[in-house]
Design a protein around this ligand. Structure first.
Ligand code: ATP
Ligand code: MG
Length: 349
């Protein structure tokens, strides 16, 4: 099967890569399963998830895996094209249809014939165009702007959004009938903070990508730095992680990326280390488990570092914040190898 040719299978038989998508969390395994199941069908797919979770990557993988793979994949970003131009962008226009229509132009629906059209950020489409889109989706027929001839196409439709369309329907910003027409096969991609089992794999994947040019001395990443990255909450999801690895590969000091190379937002992300309501300071247990003593150690270090930064490295005040006496703090700082900038520590970047 084509899908298997594109998969990377781990020793235990688990698929950890599908096309360019990597992931071993239960959530990504479910996404891989769905891609395999739906790739050959023509049903409309709605991919939902926060920005940077990999929605476009999934849409492309579905197209490349399915029976339409030799046809075109045509993406349209509904939010990036001004509302007054989007109709002609999608359906094309006839010469003279409006002031600047000096010649007939074919739209993305026609370009996608025998292939897939990817309607990205569909939630941003204005209501009058939503009506026209609904008809085009239902009948696979439409007219170019200013045209009378009805054009039929053979396309597969994949839509994506990072807004909650059910809320948009309730607030009358999105047509309910169009929502049901799109949501035939829903694929939800959870945010990265809810699938930290994927983080080490993604780190290695991007290290492979950015270290392969041979222009960098970076060879890998230390376990401690990985732990911090797993605890961080990644508001920009995989895109943020990818950009960070690209930067670390260029800026890291030694062959192994360590916690001193990481930006403060990661090493001091106490919210990421605390659980959801922030009331308890217990770290979220990653799906793949954790080395407890190492995690406790890293957590202690992150809290001490926060206290020191907050008090401008005045140890008396930092010790007070941590409810310990100054000598205990100094002992712990020595043990954790924490020094301030005057001691030429790389920590205060
Ligand atoms: N599971 C993954 N494996 C490998 N790379 C990934 C994965 N998820 C996302 N990426 C990478 O992260 C970046 C963002 O992914 P993508 O553009 O598909 O996200 P998106 O959900 O469409 O974001 P947006 O809503 O902002 O358009 C891309 O460079 C993509 O290659
Ligand atoms: Mg996208």
């Amino acid at each position: 099967m084509e899908a298997d040719a594109r998969s990377v299978i781990k020793g235990d038989g688990m698929g950890i890569q599908f096309d360019c998508i990597v992931g071993e969390s239960a959530a990504m395994q479910e996404v891989f399963r769905l891609i395999r199941k739906v790739a050959d069908a023509d049903s409309t797919i709605l991919i939902t998830g926060e920005s940077g979770t990999g929605k476009e990557l999934i849409a492309r993988a579905i197209h490349k895996t399915g029976k339409r793979k030799d046809g075109p994949f045509i993406p349209v970003n509904c939010a990036a094209i001004p509302a007054e131009l989007l109709e002609s962008e999608l359906f094309g226009h006839e010469k003279g249809a409006f002031t600047h229509a000096i010649r007939t132009r074919i739209g993305r629906f026609e370009l996608a014939d025998k292939g897939t059209i990817f309607l990205d950020e569909i939630g941003e489409m204005n209501p009058s165009l939503q009506v026209k889109l609904l008809r085009a989706l239902q009948e696979r027929r439409f007219e170019r702007v200013g045209g009378v001839k009805t054009i039929g196409v053979d396309i597969r439709v994949i839509a994506a959004t990072n807004i909650n369309l059910e809320d948009a329907v309730k607030e009358s910003r999105f047509r309910e009938d169009l929502y049901y027409r799109l949501n035939v096969i829903p694929i939800h991609v959870p945010p990265l903070r809810e699938r930290d089992a994927d983080i080490p794999l993604l780190i290695d994947h991007f290290l492979g990508k950015f270290c392969s040019g041979g222009e960098t001395s970076v060879k890998g990443i230390e376990e401690g730095a990985k732990m911090h990255m797993m605890a961080y909450n990644w508001p920009g999801n995989v895109r943020e992680l990818e950009n960070m690895i690209e930067r670390l590969v260029i800026l890291a000091d030694g062959p192994m990326i360590n916690i001193h190379d990481l930006p403060d937002k990661i090493t001091c992300d106490i919210d990421g280390l605390a659980d959801g309501d922030g009331a308890s300071h217990a770290r979220r247990l990653p799906e793949r488990g954790v080395c407890l003593s190492e995690a406790v150690n890293e957590y202690e270090k992150a809290l001490i570092l926060q206290a020191l930064n907050r008090t401008n490295w005045v140890k008396n005040r930092a010790a007070k914040l941590l409810q310990m006496n100054r000598t205990t703090l100094i002992e712990k700082m020595k043990k954790q190898n924490l020094m301030n900038s005057k001691d030429a520590s790389p920590l205060l970047k």
